[in-house]
Design a protein around this ligand. Structure first.
Ligand code: SF4
Length: 451
């Protein structure tokens, strides 16, 4: 049996979904099919957020007749079908990894391309060669941490239509080291393994066991991985160092506890400085990511992060990538709970279509918004002038990062002066002169590349 629902316009969408859920409860075995203007133009919402499994595109008579007549769904024109995914078991994940034909992948051609590029730039150091001769392995299927700006936690659960997709990994339960040895034998020039899992260090015991085994084998390889700041202590870092870990990518994100809580980062910022220094002490470079502005960020929060970050960069404790704001990634909680974005409409060349590109979630505090938009519009000019003044050779990523942070501080100081906002104050939020429309009219930048 199937049940058809025709959706007219978006204003009835929530009622329509409620009705579909009721229909599913009353007829749990029925196939739910939706059609109509709203269903066609918004089929992803319906397929992701309602029990409907098929959306009809355009006129429904023929597809509905064919569904009723039992045609194979693959042969019915004008439908979009959702089939929930089946998440991997540990064994399937391991088979998928070990059955990659690692020996046949032409890494050497890829490495040689970059070697030539850097040779031409006269920048082919040993460190560069370590970076170039890299290969990536995933050891875990997904991240369970659920940071609100990130969609990683939701990917497999939403794909499967179920909650609670288990976390599986091949770090200790399978012969990961045997696999690495096999790859190294096939590609003797290999220098670095980059474990690309969102969070390699979730299980301290497994990481230590892996590192002990690697250290005992003396593989002669370097390793890079992702970790959270609160998973690292003297013991685990000591073993990671012995195994050959050289870089840890860490989502520090902010030095404001209020912002970390808003992001659902689940760690206390008071540990960050000590852990970062401990990582460095163990001969591992912390490469930290920072997001300066979240929806509820205030001027004080940005300053806290900038003031904590600048000395760490200057003292070469960390290298940092700094994002001005959260991008509203589909599938993230921030995307689901916000709507006020810094957006551009971009034509797709060679088509009749346009894409709405959201650069950032605008902050709720209007003074932060003004800083956010000014930064977005002015930073390229600031960096271009800086490079001109310093000469290209001296404008490294480190001093450019510092320049960006200095510029952010200048903008905050100007906003404080202009609106008479002291430290610890939010400003008079009732002024109402910095509205979203004010902001959207004032977005002028067309070549912003992030920082
Ligand atoms: S930001 Fe990192 S830790 Fe947080 S959910 Fe995404 S992948 Fe996991």
């Amino acid at each position: 049996m199937f049940l058809a629902v025709v959706l007219g316009w978006e204003d009835s969408l929530i009622n329509d979904i409620e009705n579909m859920m009721l229909a599913q409860r009353l007829c749990p075995d029925a196939l739910l099919v939706a059609g109509g203007i709203e269903a066609q133009f918004n089929y992803q919402t319906l397929l992701d957020k309602s029990p409907c499994k098929i959306v009809v595109l355009g006129e429904g008579e023929m597809p509905m007749t064919m569904i009723a007549d039992g045609f194979s769904l693959d042969n019915i024109p004008g439908i979009v079908l959702r089939k929930d995914s089946i998440p991997f078991s540990n064994e399937q994940f391991w088979n998928a990894t070990k059955n990659i034909e690692w020996e046949k992948i032409r890494y050497e051609d890829y490495w040689d391309f970059y070697i030539e590029k850097y040779r031409q730039k006269n920048d082919l150091t040993e460190e560069r060669l370590d970076q170039i001769h890299t290969l990536r392995i995933f050891t875990r299927n997904r991240c369970p941490r659920n940071c609100r700006f990130c969609s990683s936690t939701n990917q497999l659960t939403w794909a499967s239509g179920k909650l609670g997709v288990p976390i599986i990994d091949i770090m200790a339960d399978q012969d990961l080291i045997g696999l690495i040895e096999r790859i190294k034998k096939a590609h003797p020039r290999l220098r670095t393994i980059y474990f690309t899992d969102d969070d390699f260090c979730i299980s301290k015991e497994k990481v230590i066991e892996f590192c002990k085994n690697v250290a005992a084998k003396n593989l002669g390889l370097r390793f890079i991985a992702f970790s959270r700041v609160n998973e690292l202590d003297e013991e685990v870092l000591g073993w990671m160092s012995k195994a050959g870990f050289k870089v840890l990518n860490i989502g520090v994100e902010s030095f404001s506890q209020k912002v970390l809580d808003e992001m659902n980062k689940n760690y206390n910022t008071s540990i960050a400085h000590d852990v970062l220094k401990l990582i460095k002490k163990n001969g591992i470079l912390p490469f930290i990511s920072i997001i300066l502005i979240t929806p509820d960020t205030e001027l004080d929060d940005i300053e806290k992060t900038v003031d904590n970050l600048m000395p760490l960069i200057k003292d070469e404790v960390v290298v940092s990538s700094i994002a001005m704001s959260c991008i509203p990634f589909k599938g993230s909680e921030f995307y689901e709970t916000t709507f006020d974005y810094m957006t551009d409409i971009i034509k797709i060349p060679g088509t009749i279509h346009r894409i709405k590109r959201h650069y950032a979630i605008l902050a709720n505090n209007p003074y932060v918004r003004e800083v956010q938009v000014r930064f977005f519009n002015e930073i390229n000019g600031v960096i271009e002038r800086f490079i001109k003044e310093r000469g290209v050779g001296h404008a490294t990523s480190v001093n450019q990062a510092l320049k960006r942070l200095e510029f952010m501080k200048e903008l905050i100081a100007e906003a404080r002066k202009k609106y008479n906002i002291k430290n610890g104050e939010r400003g008079d939020l009732k002024r109402g002169e910095l509205t979203a429309s004010f902001i959207s009219k004032n977005i002028t930048k067309d070549k912003y590349q992030g920082i």
